[in-house]
Design a protein around this ligand. Structure first.
Ligand code: AHG
Ligand code: MN
Ligand code: MN
Length: 329
């Protein structure tokens, strides 16, 4: 007997029917899946084809652009266009908002086509992350700058591991695995474990003395209780936290010996990194806050590449550090 797995598309089709929803979202998700499969293919063959190096370009944020950043961007834009369902998109790889289908589109897509670029030369895990919001169909459209709480879905592919995690508004966070036919299958609901035994802490330890004093103190008092893991790719690090519990954090950098290297706003991008993991985390029973202890999902972005500090993971742990963050000084 052949053992058949439920496919992602079948899962989503049933989900939409159960909630009396349209098929537009399915068409958009089909585009995202096709993009992820192509990015996965280019990444897997990247070392052999010479695609894992620098592109030679530098982006507006003064970061070196890798070839894979450009390949993943081109692939994603292609599929978003072919879906016909997207108004416009915000991408880490494009300074400007990308017009896709302003008249006929229904969704805004915020994405990072290849997150965790420092892993690229090694072929180690990177992410393709995205958040989706819907056009206001009942009144005047107020634009794409939506807080995470207004997303209808947010997800991430961990490439080339072949996992896909998707948070659906008020319907949980689900994980899928890629099979031998490159189909994502076997929906598994993700719920952050209450038991602290498996909890992990994840942050760039080389930055710890650049954090605010109160954050440094919190780390000193708490770090020995948990295992420490850091991959340097948010999608991969958050993937672990979602399974094992604990917290990923990228605090504000305010005490760097070279003040020019301070990042008081944080490093990660709100719309296509921070809010994406915060959304999945909420749907899995967790939470996320910024450097002021404000819920990430409540932050109204004022610009599309806005940065944020990020503390995301198990509710108790994030709430504990949030109490410290909310104290002034
Ligand atoms: P990107 O590669 O898209 O620029 O983002 C990398 C991000 C994120 O994935 C990761 O968690 C973090 O930056 C790592 O930063 P450090 O190298 O400073 O630890
Ligand atoms: Mn990124
Ligand atoms: Mn990126």
């Amino acid at each position: 007997m052949i053992r058949f797995e439920q496919t992602f598309m079948n899962f989503l089709l049933q989900h939409q029917e159960k909630h009396n929803r349209t098929y537009h979202f399915l068409i958009l998700m089909d585009a995202m899946i096709n993009a992820a499969r192509h990015i996965q293919h280019y990444y897997l063959t990247g070392a052999l084809k010479g695609n894992l190096g620098l592109s030679g370009a530098v982006n507006v944020q003064d970061e070196d652009v890798m070839q894979m950043d450009q390949i993943a961007q081109e692939i994603t834009i292609h599929y978003l266009k072919s879906s016909g369902r997207v108004i416009h998109a915000v991408s880490e790889e494009s300074d400007e908002i990308i017009q896709i289908n302003p008249e006929g589109g229904r969704y805004f897509v915020y994405f990072d086509p290849l997150d965790g670029s420092s892993n690229i030369p090694h072929g180690l895990p990177v992410g393709f992350m995205f958040g989706i919001a819907k056009r206001n169909l009942d009144g005047p459209e107020d634009g794409h700058l939506r807080p995470g709480k207004d997303y209808i879905a947010a997800g991430m592919f961990v490439i080339p591991t072949g996992t896909f995690t998707l948070g659906l508004k008020e319907a949980g966070t689900w994980r899928f695995h890629i099979d031998e036919t490159m189909t994502f299958v076997r929906p598994t609901r993700m719920v952050l474990p209450e038991d602290t035994k498996t909890w992990e802490l994840s942050f760039n330890a080389s930055n710890r003395y650049t954090y605010a004093e109160r954050v440094q103190k919190w780390i000193m008092e708490n770090e020995s209780k948990y295992a420490f893991r850091y991959l340097g790719a948010l999608a991969g690090d958050f993937h672990r936290v979602l399974t094992n519990g604990g917290m990923f954090m990228y605090p504000a950098i305010v005490n760097h010996p070279n003040p020019k290297k301070n990042r008081p706003e944080g490093k990660l991008r709100l719309m296509y990194e921070g809010a994406v993991v915060a959304f999945m985390c909420r749907e899995a029973g967790g939470t996320a806050v910024n450097e002021e202890g404000i819920p990430i999902l409540d932050i109204q972005p004022s610009k599309h590449h806005q940065r944020t500090a990020l503390y995301v993971g198990s509710k108790k742990l994030v709430e504990d550090v949030a109490t410290v963050l909310r104290k002034k000084g």
